[in-house]
Design a protein. Structure first.
Length: 344
């Protein structure tokens, strides 16, 4: 299958996901995903599918992305297709799609071990690709075991990463561990910026590595305006019983142990030198001057997926409201997946 055909197939998938005619089918699939995993509300699944369609599956974006890895238009990124085993994450809806896209657009064959938590959406997207272009059936295998793969991409926890490194050590691989994201505030953010930050913190219930779980703030920072801006979203989160259970549990622990914290009705804020906060909790740490914040970010760089700031003012950061809207070149852990695949 030619590169142009592969790209056209993904463009067609994006057109389908954006079309009004697809909505009844997508709603049904989103409901099935929710039945299997209560964290995946229909609204969140639909939002994820639309983000994939709008950020990844657009002809101009795909062409510009692929051209980064070819010397001339229409050239194949790779010469010899390999079987690439992908162990997909399942923490937020359709999170494994970008790896699938990279493998297939590059021209390799995909051996996908789907997460039990995100089986419905990824399986659906695979079937839709095959429906649009039956030739993809020869390039995609949903597999329980990946022994036959010639290279691996695996995403998991720090604990599972040790096993991945052991089992996949003799073949080319990308192994991803736990990461989280950080918000950097200067003390001059507007209400509109706070609202964008609230999405970085709480979209998908904060379960993604691109969700902000810690904020750095100037000493003496007044959190009242920020938490007050977040308050209207209470019902969006407490309507989910799993989220509310976490909120109630963490709140009771803080109260029983007299841990200083702020509470706006669905989000708990506490000072903590950790990076990964529990569900329904946002950690904060303070800095005296911007150089201190920069030094802290540098020292924790291998644990941070994304740094977010208002309008992306901090060098190397992205603007509030965009952490869960990655583009095609926003590779997990900063490892260029397409470059890895090209060199196989």
């Amino acid at each position: 299958m030619l590169l142009s055909e592969r790209l056209q197939t993904f463009v067609a998938l994006g057109d389908f996901l954006r079309s009004a005619n697809a909505q009844p089918e997508l709603i049904q699939i989103a409901q099935q995903a929710n039945y299997r995993n209560n964290w995946f509300t229909p609204e969140n699944s639909l939002n994820s599918l639309q983000a994939i369609a709008n950020e990844f599956l657009v002809a101009d974006k795909l062409s510009a992305w692929v051209n980064l890895y070819t010397t001339q238009s229409g050239e194949e990124p790779i010469k010899t297709p390999r079987a690439v085993g992908v162990v997909m994450a399942g923490n937020i809806p359709a999170v494994g799609f970008h790896d699938m896209l990279c493998v297939l657009v590059s021209g390799h064959k995909l051996m996908a071990k789907l997460s039990s938590q995100d089986f419905v959406l990824i399986h659906y997207l695979i079937q839709k690709l095959k429906e649009i272009n039956p030739a993809f059936s020869e390039f995609i295998e949903e597999a329980d075991r990946l022994n036959a793969a010639e290279a691996y991409i695996a995403t998991g926890s720090n604990n599972t990463a040790r096993y991945f490194n052991y089992y996949f050590a003799k073949k080319p691989h990308i192994i991803r561990k736990n990461r989280t994201s950080v918000g950097l505030l200067m003390g001059e953010e507007s209400e509109a910026e706070f609202m964008k930050l609230s999405h970085d913190i709480s979209d998908y219930y904060g379960l993604g590595c691109r969700n902000v779980s810690t904020v750095l703030v100037p000493e003496g920072y007044d959190f009242t305006p920020m938490l007050r801006t977040f308050e209207p979203q209470v019902s969006l989160y407490l309507n989910n019983h799993k989220y509310q259970n976490n909120y109630d549990y963490n709140k009771s622990i803080y109260l029983i142990n007299a841990v200083p914290h702020l509470d706006n009705g669905y989000l708990l804020l506490t000072e903590n030198d950790g990076l990964v906060s529990p569900i329904s909790v946002l950690y904060f740490q303070t800095y005296k001057i911007q150089a201190d914040a920069a030094a802290w970010l540098t020292s924790h760089a291998d644990q941070i997926q994304v740094v977010a700031s208002a309008k992306g003012w901090y060098p190397g950061s992205i603007a509030f409201g965009h952490t869960q809207r990655p583009g095609l070149t926003d590779y997990a852990d900063g490892i260029d997946t397409m470059a890895f695949l090209k060199e196989l």
